[in-house]
Every structure is written in structure tokens, then in C-alpha cells.
Design a binder for this molecule. Sequence first.
Ligand code: ZN
Length: 337
Amino acid sequence: MTQAVLYGVTNRYALAISSLKPAPGLDRIGVFFSMVEGSEDQELVFSFSKAGLIQAFLDNEEYPVEIMSYATDFNKRNKGLVDESVLQKVVVTIIGLGSGGSSIVLDLIRCGVTHLTLIEFDTVSLSNLCRSVYTLADVGRKKTEAILDKALSINPCVRLTLIDEDVLEMDIEKLEEIIGQSDLIIEATDSPQTKILINGRACHSTPVIYPAVYEEGKGGDIFFSFPGFPCYECVFHSVIKHMLENTDLEWDYTTGQAKPMPALIADIQVVCARTVKLALAILTGDQENSFLSKVIKPGCTLLLIGNEKGVSVFPEAFGEAWVETHIDPECSCQTLE
Ligand SMILES: [Zn+2]
């Protein structure tokens, strides 16, 4: 009889992984999902007794199930690299689930983060497919809901808080509560107004990472703020001014947002990958085996990324450099508490 391996049971999903090799009794191989309480999906049916006994049936014939601990097996290949017990306790808030944010969410989940708050008001369109985690089946769905399904199919134990709102229109007390409950915020929108809002509300209390992809994906940068360190405005006041005054941007008048610029997923992913590593470094920064000091450079909170030759300070393609940053004594963060 073929053996199935059951991974993780929550009140929403049971997830079984069959033998990855074709086996007698199974005409499909791979991953099988089933809702709890004996409902049916594909060939496998699960039943759950009050004593916690789990049985699986294939065409009414009992199917041996080996129960494995999701908590220990899921992170097996991250073992020793990042403190999973810390990542299971922290809350990360991601603002914006576009090409950057959607990918960052799923990568953080794969790395072991289990509690996330996701803020996004947009729906998935066909134009998102070429450079994000969304698929054809997601078109027309809320981005928050599409991400929830993907997150649960990676780790059924994740806890996501979905906020289907434009952060710029959110009640300020609600936003402050979200910031107060977050151990880290990733501001992944391309809206200067959102960056200013989040910076103003979070710079004295909560670490924030601001990943950015430049025009046509030729490069990007990642800035992070930490209480007591330069804030976003300290470093980017002239850029913010330029972005707010910039009339070159094409605007989508149905959403009131700047239209996304073309950029390849290959270039966006470089910025996403660095953002995820930086996020993990910050979240586990006070742990004994933290790699924070191996990732950042003292005095620097801005990473420049060049995907092509001649971008930023880089004479050659694929360059990266940390930049020293300083608190601006004239900045509002120094006068407003
Ligand atoms: Zn400042």
C-alpha cells in the first residue's frame, strides 16, 4: 500500500504530500490538499477523530498516513541559518502587494515568518502576471485574497491579517495600531505620499524597509530606517520633493496612482531578494547567531543596486554598494515627536 505523508493540520487545511514517485494506487503525484473534516479533494479523503487520529482513504480503502510535524520539517533546509523561533513570534507588515510586495511576502513565509499584516486595496490584473507571483486564476481577485491562498499553500500554519484598504485613506488610529503591533514594516508601494505617511508615523518606533526599483528596472535601492537612525525623509527629502513635483509620471486617473513603469521580473527580484535578507537580519538582529553585522555596513542604511552598467555609481552591471547616511538636523523627525 502506498504511503502518504501528512504535513500540518490547521483548522483550515490538511496538506498531504504523497510519494513524489509514481506509486501503485496513485495516478497523480505531488501535493494533495484537503479541507478538514473529511471533505474530499482529488483521490484522497481525510477523516479526523476527536482523539486527533487522522486517517486517509483512497477509493474507500484506508491509506497509511505518517504524521510529520510541520514546525520541525518545514524549516529543515533553513536550519541554523535563521532563528525560526523568533520568526514565529514576530509580526511583519507589508504595504503594497505588487510585483515587489507579493514576492517578498511569500519569500518571508518560506523563510519561516508566520504572522503578517498585508495592506493592499488593488485587484490582480492581467498586466501583473509577467512580474509577480499572481497567476491567470487570480485575475480579478483582490490581491490580499490571492496572496492568502498562496501563503496557505506554502505553510498552512501562517496567520495573515488582510487589510483591503488604501493606506492613504486609512483611519490614522487604525494605522498607528498596525504600526504599534509590527516588529517590521516593509513599504513596498511606489507612492511617495505613502512613504511620507509611514515614515512620519513609524520612524520613532518601528523599523521600516523601503525597497525601490528604478525606471525600466535598471537598478534600485533599499533604504531602512530604525528608531534613532536617519529617517526616510532625512535621506530622501530632495527625491520626495522631485517625485511630488514630477509631472513626467503617467497617472492612472481611475486609481489616482502613478502608472507602474515597465521593469523585468529579473531586475525586480534582485531588489526583493535583498529586501528579504535584510528583513530577516533586522528581525533576528538581537539573536546570538544573527547575521545582521555580516549584511549591513556600520553607518549605512541605504543600499544601491545596479542591474545594468552605468546605473548609480556602478561602472559595471550587477553592482551593489552601501551608502553612509546621516540624520538631517532640519528634518521633521528631529522636531516632531
Ligand atoms: Zn528625518
